[in-house]
Design a binder for this molecule. Structure first.
Ligand code: ADE
Ligand code: ZN
Length: 350
């Protein structure tokens, strides 16, 4: 494929239409202000903000913690199985519109069980949406349970215990919430247990926290993918290792700018990660809070970074399929669809 033959002016349309996977989306972060207000009303919950506009205006974050405070408050409107279904169903429809063929979706059960919502309610609604998404939308999706790293390992073990009767409804575990001061080793034993259980393992690392946390997530937690990981560029040996071992990074550009990991998109290191041979992917993280869904993330990065062209678009989409936790056969089918799409864009036969 002669990807260089694709004119730059065609890139926005190609980015929108190319088949892709999303591997880093917190479902609670897809809760739009409209849905927060609707659920608050139907559940009789009083919000701190008088209108949708005023809630949205509060989405001016200075760092990760300033976002998490609002994000956990927003999730407080989720009460019934229907609420969890509606949230996930809304995301899956949005994903379909962005030509997402496959999504691996994070959820934070402790945010809900700590409010007295049974785990069965959470997983019941999310799982129903995932199944319906496959059948009605043709979007493949699976769930990854995240432990909140600002809580203790003991609480993570309790969350795992509660989830185990529903083991067939999630494919892995992750680690999210405030990174600084909550290093990977805090969760060494619970991740070891999850590994024994045959669950896939991922962890947020190197978003706000140092590059060392990325190495520890690999060595101590045995994470198969690193969520964010953008601070790896501060450590040349680590970069070489990530490239050599093909450890995927699930990068979230709009999130990084909104949470001041990078000052502006022009400063983002996505192009440098790819140039270093790292299997980076593009993802939306918390699209309702950070100004856009998956295609908005592709559009914003390619508009701001001149080193990203058709070759990188293809590479990022390909990485997203190859880094997913599905059978090789399924990956091959998606990569074939991607090849066909780009061959057509080049005016060639696949
Ligand atoms: N939870 C939701 N979004 C997150 C992020 N970007 N980092 C850590 N925890 C999160
Ligand atoms: Zn995240």
């Amino acid at each position: 494929m002669n990807l260089e033959s694709i004119p730059r002016r065609e890139l926005p349309s190609i980015l929108n239409r190319m088949p892709k996977a999303e591997l880093h989306i917190h479902i609670e972060g897809s809760l739009e202000p409209e849905l927060i207000f609707e659920m608050a009303q139907r559940n009789g919950i009083k919000l701190d903000y008088p209108s949708i506009e005023e809630l949205r205006a509060a989405y001016a974050f200075t760092d990760l913690q300033s976002f998490l405070d609002i994000y956990y408050a927003g999730a407080g409107v989720l009460q019934t199985e229907e609420d969890f279904f509606d949230m996930a169903w809304s995301y899956l429809n949005r994903a379909k519109a962005d030509h997402v063929l496959h999504a691996e979706i994070f959820f934070d059960p402790q945010t809900h069980t700590s409010r007295g919502i049974p785990f069965a309610t959470v997983i019941g609604g999310l799982d129903r949406a995932v199944r319906r998404g496959r059948e009605e939308l043709g979007v493949s999706a699976s769930l990854i349970l995240c432990f909140l790293r600002h809580l203790s390992e003991e609480e993570a073990f309790a969350a795992l215990e509660e989830a185990l009767p529903y083991r067939d409804r999630f494919i892995g575990v992750g680690l999210d919430s405030g990174e600084r001061g909550n290093p990977p080793e805090k969760f060494a034993r619970v991740f070891a247990r999850c590994r024994e259980l045959g669950l896939h393992l991922v962890a947020h690392a190197g978003e706000e926290g140092p590059a060392d946390y990325i190495r520890d997530a690999l060595d101590i937690l045995k994470a198969e993918r690193i969520d964010h990981g953008v601070r790896c560029l501060e450590d040349a040996d680590l970069v070489a290792r990530l490239a050599r071992e093909r450890v995927p990074l699930t990068v979230c550009p709009l999130s990084n700018v909104k949470l001041a990991v990078f000052h502006e998109m022009h400063d983002h290191n996505l192009g440098r990660l790819l140039q270093a041979g790292i299997a980076a992917t593009v993802n939306s993280d918390d699209p309702a809070y950070f100004g856009g869904y998956l295609n908005d993330n592709y559009a914003a990065t390619f508009a701001a970074l001149p080193e990203l062209g058709a070759r990188e678009a293809y590479q990022l989409a390909r990485n997203s399929f190859e880094a997913s936790f599905v059978a090789e056969e399924e990956k091959k089918g998606w990569v074939a669809a991607l090849d066909e799409f780009f061959a057509a864009a080049c005016g060639e036969k696949a």
